[in-house]
Design a protein around this ligand. Structure first.
Ligand SMILES: [Zn+2]
Length: 317
């Protein structure tokens, strides 16, 4: 058995055993002795029949992740080419110091949710100037946005290079968060249909279904990497936090994932409202706390406590 084969079998057994335990304790209903691909939920009796199970990295290996789950070869291919590429590429672009004095760069820039085309020139003293021509942009929208900028509004500018599809970059963050949740909690909540929206998004990156504003840059240290519940009322969701390392720079990201309590679109809206009003002063109640490090794959009392918490919260929602 090769090293990769070995690793695949270990992961296969780990999640098959988790599913069996959940079934035996009456937590979920499913067929026994299988591995379900987290992206398409198709059952696999072994590693290599028809659509083989392949190692999947969350975060992507190129950004410091390591193989921790398995997905069908076909799911892995779709996600790899259509999604992960855009994240790796984008972070490399930011790193590569494209904005060197004396240069001119064609950019697409996203200002307040609207995309404009333009050109950035960097003077010898490092001053950056951005030009937007009316020819390439919607003239009225451009005027309106420029007025706001002149008014001293703080804008969130986000340079988008042409090779990267911004939505797909976001889906790569979604996929990383989702697979991290699977790694930590196994099938205990994954089979709930509140996650269908994520699976649909990852299988079909061409069409946006997951609500915008689901990811953020958490102001937390790298040690906070992990998957937590946000317990505050109206904000109940999973938040997966992870560090992406290009080899040159590291950045923390957080993604909001559903809990079987409230539609994720509502939660994301509420959380974004809170971000806007509280800014960096934001406080959220996370569970488990970092130091608790509770296990969920085989620990029946922990699982029971989680299901009870959700059931109790459901009555209040
Ligand atoms: Zn699959």
């Amino acid at each position: 058995m090769s090293k990769g084969e070995d690793r695949r079998q270990i992961i296969f057994n780990k999640f098959r055993d988790n599913l069996n335990l959940l079934i035996d304790n009456g937590f979920v209903t499913a067929d026994k002795d299988v591995y379900l691909c987290p992206i398409c939920l198709r059952p696999h009796n072994d590693l290599n029949s028809n659509d083989p199970l392949t190692l999947e990295d969350a975060p992507p290996k190129s950004l410091g992740g390591s193989a921790n789950t398995l997905t069908c070869k076909s799911c892995n291919n779709t996600a790899g080419h259509k999604i992960d590429f855009h994240l790796t590429e984008r972070l490399r672009e930011i790193d590569s110091g494209k904005f060197i004095p004396g240069t001119e760069t064609e950019v697409k820039v996203n200002i307040d949710g609207q995309t404009f085309q333009g050109k950035i020139t960097v003077a010898e003293d490092g001053t950056m100037t951005m030009f937007h021509s009316k020819k390439n942009n919607h003239p009225e929208k451009l005027d309106k946005t420029m007025e706001q900028i002149n008014g001293g509004k703080i804008i969130n500018m986000d340079f988008l290079k042409s090779r990267v599809i911004p939505e797909n970059l976001e889906y790569a963050l979604l996929k990383t968060g989702y697979l991290m949740m699977f790694e930590r909690f196994g099938y205990s909540l994954l089979l709930d249909n509140c996650f269908d929206i994520i699976r649909q998004q990852l299988k079909n990156p061409e069409e946006r279904v997951y609500p915008e504003g689901f990811w953020f840059s958490p102001p937390y240290p790298k040690s906070m990497t992990g998957v937590y519940f946000i317990c505050d009322k109206g904000l109940e969701c999973f938040v997966a936090m992870f560090n992406l390392d290009t080899g040159n720079t590291e950045r923390m990201f957080g993604t909001m994932l559903p809990l079987p309590l409230k539609p994720i679109s509502e939660v994301i809206e509420n959380l974004n409202k809170k971000f806007r009003t509280e800014g960096s002063q934001i406080t959220l109640t996370l569970y488990p706390l970092e130091q608790d490090n509770l296990k969920y794959l085989y620990d029946v009392p922990n699982l029971k406590a989680m299901y009870d918490w959700i059931a109790k919260r459901k009555n209040l929602c």
